[in-house]
Design a protein. Structure first.
Length: 343
């Protein structure tokens, strides 16, 4: 899925949350538990022997016979108050027959036509189970072989669930499953967006610390090396420092400081690489600036020793430039070393 489509989905989800704010199917997190808002009660159940028979057949894993019973019942009961139950049982039929897409859309039909049905939550759960199975590696069959990967469609299913029931526990789980899928599939830009969207949408969740850590690692994974743009690694470092401050126990458990040290080492290498590039191309003032910035920011790094050696070979005209100001850019500024640039 392209990133613009993903961002469009998030925007649509925000619109759905706003639009459905006054509707019945909403959930609230109270004292660590998701509680569904009160809905008007549905009428009393009407005895339906044929539906009972179909349900028994499904428990016996006989979806073909159950389907025959259900289609016969539906033909003569288009206006029945029990039709939502028939639709749900048909979704179960197709689920057992391994037609997961048709099962998913029968659940959609139930929730579209009977939003007050007592089966609404069960249908939503079935949709989540279908989408989650696809994201977890379940494949459809082709010529009798399980070779059809439906993970891209599963992501859209998860977003459909979130649009259907924004704020629900399944919507929360679906978003996290989507983010984890992107992360495991090494689609790190979408993973970062999804994790950040989760942290923004569910700030009270106890999963937020781990989610923020995953977002930082997703950003870090997009850094391609010292010769490329450093935006992602800069963002990752900033996020990891926040995690160290807000969640020190998690940071210690996940060795976040070691990762920060590795990032700083990569920064030092990048500064050295930039300085050497300027030196090779005759941009000596730029080279001096980069070498001094490296020594100033990472005085104890091995690259700082190389930078000092480069500075020792620079002409006086290049060294006459003012030293770089105490700046961030790559890392929080440190006190300038006494021998930066030999000045």
């Amino acid at each position: 899925m392209a990133k613009p489509l993903f961002l469009c989905m998030m925007a649509l989800l925000f619109s759905a949350i706003a639009a459905r704010g006054a509707e019945n199917h909403t959930w609230e997190l109270r004292e660590g538990r998701w509680l569904e808002a009160t809905r008007p009660a549905t009428g009393p159940a009407v005895p339906e022997p044929m539906l009972d028979r179909a349900e028994t057949l499904l428990r016996q894993q006989d979806p073909k016979a159950a389907k025959k019973v259900l289609l016969a019942w539906e033909k003569d009961h288009k206006k029945s108050p029990a039709r939502d139950r028939c639709i749900f049982l048909l979704a179960d039929v197709f689920y057992q027959q391994d037609d997961r897409f048709k099962s998913f859309f029968y659940c959609d039909e139930l929730m579209d036509e009977y939003p007050e049905s007592k089966l609404f939550q069960a249908a939503l759960q079935k949709q989540f189970d279908i989408a989650n199975a696809y994201l977890s590696g379940y494949e459809d069959t082709f010529l009798g072989m399980r070779i059809v990967d439906e993970s891209a469609e599963a992501v859209q299913m998860m977003w459909r669930i979130q649009e259907r029931a924004p704020g629900s526990p399944l919507a929360e789980k679906g978003l996290l499953c989507t983010a984890d899928y992107y992360f495991s599939d090494r689609d790190y830009d979408l993973a970062e967006d999804a994790y950040n969207f989760y942290a923004h949408s569910y700030p009270s969740s106890d999963r937020v610390p781990q989610v923020k850590l995953r977002a930082a690692f997703s950003s870090l994974a997009q850094f391609r090396g010292v010769k490329f743009d450093a935006t992602h690694i800069i963002d990752a470092r900033a996020q990891l420092l926040v995690i160290q401050k807000q969640y020190p126990e998690l940071a210690a458990e996940e060795n976040v400081q070691t990762v920060v040290d590795q990032i700083d080492s990569a920064f030092a290498k990048k500064l050295l690489d930039q300085g050497e590039f300027y030196e090779r191309t005759g941009e000596l003032h730029g080279a001096v600036y980069q070498f001094r910035f490296l020594v100033q920011s990472y005085p104890n790094a091995p690259e700082a020793l190389e930078a000092r050696n480069h500075l020792g070979r620079m002409p006086a005209s290049a060294l006459a430039e003012a030293p770089p100001p105490p700046a961030s850019g790559y890392a929080p500024a440190t006190e300038p070393s006494a021998d930066v640039g030999g000045r």
